[in-house]
Design a protein around this ligand. Structure first.
Ligand code: ACO
Length: 325
């Protein structure tokens, strides 16, 4: 039995924070941010939350697939920034959608989370544990960012993206045909956050610096440009195809230079690597499904085309998935 992506959806917070706004907050320039990252603006949650963004993205994915929430059997939310420890974001999405039949739980693999969630849903469906799933990446990173640290605060944005996946019908060609994922816990110090404040409030005895993201940008950069092409290669091998067979690479939108370097290593034309990083920044686990939704709705992915999804994140984690659309 195969698993196909039937619908996509995404949601971005209303508020936009531009590079010019950041120039007024920290010692940075629009030119530095654009040249080093490819970003011009990002969306920042004010009233939106991880579950509210996730639920909006899911509603759009269900609408896109022509499906009803009450028939959803599994909801997996990939997130590392949910506002409440309990209940998990997926159960709160279930409540918002009224998807009372679904099994719902979260996965935290940071920016790699969406691919880990998609892989899990794939295995649930293949094993016959359910017939369909909503797989979501949703993040409000702005809550755990140090807004006084120019080396991290310019990079991230908030948002959510979702796909509705379903078991294929007999003889259908559209399905997930290859996957690969991995973790490198020994590199965990490259990007970490010890805890988080609930809506910015901390106990006086807790060092608030501990509740924010710390990152060695250059180490993360080197890890990504080395590991992602290897991971994509493994996923393509598992699908029995090569780089030339891929029509579109939808990569985690962390930095346009990382994406350009990966394209070069794979010897693939950069035109096959669409980006929306200019408008969204790095939305962590949400970046791949947000871009996928934009491409799907713009008609840039045609039925029968081969699409590679791939990303990396804190942990370090990395994953890739090959889909025939
Ligand atoms: N504005 C101006 N100058 C800056 C800024 C800024 N916003 N940030 C850093 N600088 C300065 C540095 O202080 C440094 O100055 P110095 O030479 O005087 O010391 C200089 O710019 C160069 O800094 P580098 O860190 O070497 O710059 P680099 O070219 O590596 O780019 C960047 C930094 C953009 C962070 C890059 O390393 C990167 O994108 N890394 C990957 C980060 C990433 O993807 N993180 C997310 C992972 S996914 C997840 O799980 C959340």
């Amino acid at each position: 039995m195969g698993v196909a992506i039937r619908g996509t959806g995404s949601a971005l917070p209303e508020k936009i924070l531009t590079n010019q706004d950041l120039e007024k907050m920290v010692d940075t320039t629009d030119e530095w941010i654009r040249q080093r990252t490819g970003m011009r603006e990002r969306h920042i949650a004010e009233k939106e939350t991880v579950p509210s963004l996730a639920a909006s993205a899911c509603e759009r994915a269900l609408e896109n697939a022509g499906k009803k929430a009450e028939d959803v059997e599994l909801i997996i939310v990939a997130t590392c920034t949910t506002e409440m420890l309990l209940p998990c974001a997926a159960c709160r999405v279930q409540k918002k959608l009224g998807a009372d039949k679904a099994i719902a739980f979260d996965i935290n693999a940071a920016c790699g989370g969406f691919l880990f969630a998609l892989n899990t849903a794939h295995h649930y469906i293949e094993a016959g544990a359910c017939r369909n799933a909503l797989v979501v990446g949703s993040e409000v990173l702005s809550e755990i960012i140090d807004w006084t640290d120019r080396s991290t605060c310019v990079l991230f944005g908030d948002g959510a993206g979702a796909v509705y996946v379903e078991e294929t019908t007999k003889g259908e060609r559209s399905c997930i045909i290859g996957m690969s994922q991995g973790s490198s816990g020994m590199n965990g110090q490259m990007l970490y956050c010890r805890g988080r404040a609930v809506k910015g409030e901390t106990e006086p005895e807790i060092d608030s610096d501990d509740l924010l993201v710390h990152m060695s940008g250059s180490e993360v950069y080197r890890f990504a440009v080395r590991q992602v092409p290897v991971c994509i290669g493994r996923a393509l091998d598992s699908a029995g195809i090569g780089t030339d067979d891929v029509d579109i690479f939808v990569l985690h939108q962390a930095n346009s230079r990382i994406i350009e370097s990966i394209a070069k290593t794979l010897k693939a034309d950069i035109d096959r690597f669409p980006m929306n990083i200019e408008r969204t920044g790095n939305t962590s686990s949400a970046s791949i499904p947000i871009l996928l939704d934009e491409l799907n709705r713009a008609g840039r992915i045609q039925k029968g085309q081969t699409v590679v999804l791939s990303g990396f994140g804190a942990g370090m984690t990395y994953g890739a998935c090959v889909v025939v659309w």
